[in-house]
Design a protein around this ligand. Structure first.
Ligand code: SAH
Length: 230
């Protein structure tokens, strides 16, 4: 590629990132801060990450609205507020290594990548895995590592993790994920049946596991060895 073309791509990307910045600010103010999310890192990450680039072209105009959106393969990207609430519950400061189960569109991983040292994300659907890996390359998210596998088994070689976020719902928190959480680590996951779940936050201390319930939610199924059957 000639340098003129490369420069052209850079300008294009810069404009794409700038696009909708006022909509993002409005989303953070009206949907997220107004509902009690106070973490400055979460609010700044969500006012930077270009959510419209993580949905299909037909949905670009709805990307900053107050609802979940389909991302293909029968999966969905969560409503911005739910993403903010889950991310805030992980108490991130910036130095962490975070594991995400359910890469999907890549939006949640991008929000985390904006906030922390490194993000490890696992997807079991090959179409979404390939598509989103390409998008991370294009957008230059160099601190996101992707993997195609069953995330209910975690990522043992890379653990333990300071925080784990599961973006699909199951009947219980997969035990390998609890094992791969460091002491002092936090995990958040929707737990319940296939129709509705509760957002459960877990904290692992030296000698015990504390859980809190953050409220009702609805997610697609976590499918795998320690999740639902296919
Ligand atoms: N975090 C995503 C949300 C995607 S929806 C985003 O920001 O867009 C949930 C995703 O979890 C789907 O893509 C689904 O294929 C994936 N998934 C379900 N079970 C999984 C498993 N066991 N391991 C990895 N990914 C899984």
């Amino acid at each position: 590629m000639t340098s003129a073309v490369v420069a052209g791509i850079k300008v294009y990307m810069k404009n794409e990132l700038k696009k909708y910045s006022s909509r993002r600010r409005e989303m953070v103010k009206k949907q997220i801060a107004s509902r009690g999310v106070t973490d400055p890192l979460v609010k700044s990450a969500m006012s930077i990450v270009p959510r419209h680039l993580f949905v299909s072209e037909a949905l670009v105009d709805s990307a900053y609205e107050d609802f979940p959106l389909p991302i293909g393969e029968g999966q969905t990207i969560s409503q911005p507020y739910i993403i903010a609430e889950m991310t805030q519950s992980l108490n991130l400061k910036g130095h962490e290594r975070v594991l995400e189960i359910g890469t999907g569109s890549g939006y949640q991983a991008a929000v985390l990548a904006q906030m922390v040292y490194k993000v490890y994300t696992i997807e079991r659907n090959n179409t979404l895995f390939l598509q989103t890996r390409k998008l991370f390359d294009k957008l230059k998210y160099h601190n996101i590592v992707t993997r195609y596998s069953d995330g209910t088994q975690g990522w043992k070689q890379e653990g333990p993790f300071d925080a784990i976020i599961v973006t699909a719902g199951g009947q219980k928190i997969p035990s390998p994920l609890i094992e791969q959480l460091s002491t002092g680590g936090r995990l958040v996951m929707p737990v319940g049946d296939n129709l509705s779940q509760e957002l459960i936050r877990l904290e692992k201390t030296e000698d015990r596991i504390n859980t809190t319930n953050l409220g009702a939610c609805r997610f697609v199924k976590l499918i795998g060895q320690h999740g639902w059957n296919e």
